[in-house]
Write a protein that binds this ligand. Structure first.
Ligand SMILES: *Cc1c(COP(=O)(O)O)cnc(C)c1O
Length: 454
């Protein structure tokens, strides 16, 4: 990277930070205006540097802002400075995380993170993990391991039996996609009903398993969600793990959202019985505010990672031991270094610093819930432990309210559904926020709503 571009980077970054303060939410650019507003077309001729820099700056400054104090729209948000530093450096190094020869000490920091989290999860020495390109993909890896564990010949001969799998109606849509990708088939996912908090009903789960066995089908996999996407609900792992044991099924916990509760002594209870699972997913880019993506899969059965993902390419794996060549247990071949951003964060502030981040998010969620509870114009739908705060204000349709708030540049917040109820879903995962940011959210929402929906 030459000096000119490095200095352009710093200029644009400073402008972005400034603009994020001045205007935390951009009104969306209509698709009909996109090309007149921005110079996006590629052409035969290049641009001289100053013109190029202007075009680039304009593009950057017109992209939706996900790191500001008025972004509550996704299960990610904020920009952790130490993690961003790590991410920028990993781009400069451009490592690929398949071999020790290419990754060097970056392989060691990935191992350090994986071993620490396995220990925090209560997994023993035979556990291990890896990083993939998102929670959907780590859930996919879990499903593949479970499938191949059910019948080790599947990796060579394909699926010969009618496999069926279980997940709650509130679980993430990647479960269904992954069932299709893996050859299980989307219609072989049994969606188990939940109670009115969004938690999987264990009696329904067991009844369905029994029925499938009677029908000569082959149950092999249960996905329990620890932090559902909408309500932030937690499936009862203790009971589900008993059922998994009884029928000899692989139990995966999709903790993409809530996995980072491992870092908090105060809230570790959310992940109670995690050690009884066969695998779990965790996205550090959600609660820990690292740049996207930072997605882990952990399993108690290291050998299953090797069985499903090692098709050794000898030209790559020359020298060093298996554990130092994580390409052997990866989904992909070339793999970007997603470990460094979590390592820089963890190294800089320590486990106790990450614990404070997590606890602060819980505190922010509590502040929002209290505000709602103390104001009779609101109805609350999410539970007391959730990092998503689901509510309606004066019965205004949530979709209209959220769209209006976005269009007018007030707030970015989304809406969700539970059963036939639609509501605003505010997410508290930006640990850089403070109490005032939460109160400001409600102030803006009310002022917008009161002016537009008398
Ligand atoms: C976010 C999330 C996913 C998907 O993760 P991506 O990184 O967006 O692919 C899966 N499951 C749950 C419970 C999630 O919250």
């Amino acid at each position: 990277m030459n000096e000119q571009d490095l200095s352009s980077f710093l200029d644009i970054a400073k402008d972005l930070f400034e603009e994020e303060k001045n205007q935390p939410v951009l009104s969306p650019i209509g698709l009909d205006q996109l090309h007149s507003k921005l110079d996006l077309k590629l052409s035969h001729e290049g641009l001289e540097h100053e013109r190029f820099k202007d075009v680039l700056k304009s593009l950057i400054l017109n992209t939706p802002r996900t790191s500001t104090n008025r972004f509550f729209n996704q299960l990610f948000g904020g920009r952790n400075s130490k993690a961003t530093l790590g991410e920028l450096l990993s781009v400069l190094l451009n490592s690929s995380m398949y071999t020790y020869k290419i990754g060097g000490p970056m392989i060691a920091i990935e191992r350090e993170i994986i071993q620490n989290i396995c220990r925090m999860a209560g997994y023993d020495e035979s556990s291990y993990g890896t990083i993939a390109s998102g929670g959907s993909m780590t859930n996919y890896m879990a499903l593949i391991m479970a499938r191949d564990h059910f019948d080790p010949n599947i990796t060579t001969q394909g699926i010969k039996k009618n496999l069926v799998m279980y997940s709650s109606v509130e679980s993430h849509y990647s479960i269904k996609k992954n069932a299709a990708f893996s050859g299980i088939g989307a219609s072989n996912v049994r969606y188990i009903e939940t109670n009115d908090k969004g938690e999987m009903l264990c009696e329904e789960l067991e009844a369905q398993i029994k029925k499938d066995i009677e029908d000569d089908l082959h149950p092999f996999f249960i996905n329990a969600t620890i932090g559902t996407t909408v309500l932030g609900a937690v499936d009862p792992l203790a009971e589900i793990s008993e059922i998994a044991k009884r029928y000899n099924l692989w139990l995966h916990a999709d903790a993409a959202f809530y996995g980072s509760f491992l870092f908090s002594k105060k809230y570790r209870g959310v992940l109670k019985d995690l050690e009884k699972t066969d695998s779990f997913s965790m996205n550090a880019h959600k609660m820990l505010s690292t740049p996207i993506t930072c997605s882990f899969i952990f399993t108690r059965h290291k050998e299953c990672l090797y069985h499903s993902f090692d098709s050794s390419a000898d030209y790559l794996y020359q020298g060093d031991e298996d554990d130092w060549n994580p390409g052997k247990i990866s989904f992909q071949c070339g793999r970007r270094n997603d470990a460094l951003k979590l390592w820089t964060l963890w190294k800089a502030i320590g486990t106790e610093g990450i614990e404070r981040m997590v606890n602060n998010e819980c505190e922010l969620a509590r502040i929002a819930r209290n505000y709602i509870r103390n104001n009779e114009n609101y109805t609350l739908y999410s539970g007391d432990k959730s990092l998503t705060i689901c509510f309606n204000y004066r019965n205004i349709p949530a979709d209209q309210l959220c769209q209006g708030l976005h269009k007018t540049g007030e707030l970015m917040v989304g809406y969700g559904h539970f059963r036939d109820q639609q509501f605003v879903r505010m997410v508290a995962v930006n640990s850089g926020l403070q109490k005032n940011d939460m109160l400001e959210f409600f102030r803006r929402l009310e002022s917008f709503a009161d002016n537009n929906y008398f």
